[in-house]
Design a protein. Structure first.
Length: 129
């Protein structure tokens, strides 16, 4: 008796999961259909069109951060401008490096360390090699 009840409840759960998956798919299809109709309605109204979804610019290197003038950040130039001993605060004080988060600056320092360009002298202190 208990075994039959477990099997019955398990079948019901499986059926409900299938129904939920089908309903979720149907909701997604309806949302897509609404978007499509809204775009058509917008074209008929003459409103300006947006180019797809917001996000990274497309094209080569489109997602990479640019410096203040729109060019790539020259990390070699920043490295050369640093004093013999520096900290992350010193690195972050550079005008072009200011737009990067502190975690990214740590990654740059780790990369320089792996390349053998710097050595760690203490907690948060680095020295050019």
């Amino acid at each position: 008796m208990v075994l039959d009840l477990r099997v019955s409840v398990k079948r019901q759960i499986d059926r409900l999961k299938k129904d939920l998956a089908a309903a979720t798919d149907r909701v997604a299809a309806l949302r897509d259909e609404i978007k499509r109709h809204e775009q058509i309605y917008g074209m008929l109204e003459g409103s300006p069109q947006r180019g797809g979804r917001a996000g990274r610019p497309r094209g080569p290197r489109g997602g990479q951060k640019r410096g203040p003038r729109g060019s790539m950040i020259d990390w070699n130039g920043i490295f050369e401008s640093l004093p013999a001993e520096f900290t992350l605060d010193t690195l972050g004080a550079d005008k072009t490096a200011q737009e990067k988060p502190r975690a990214y600056l740590r990654q740059v320092v780790v990369r320089w360390s792996r390349e053998g360009r710097i050595q760690r002298t203490g907690r948060g202190r680095y020295q050019k090699a």
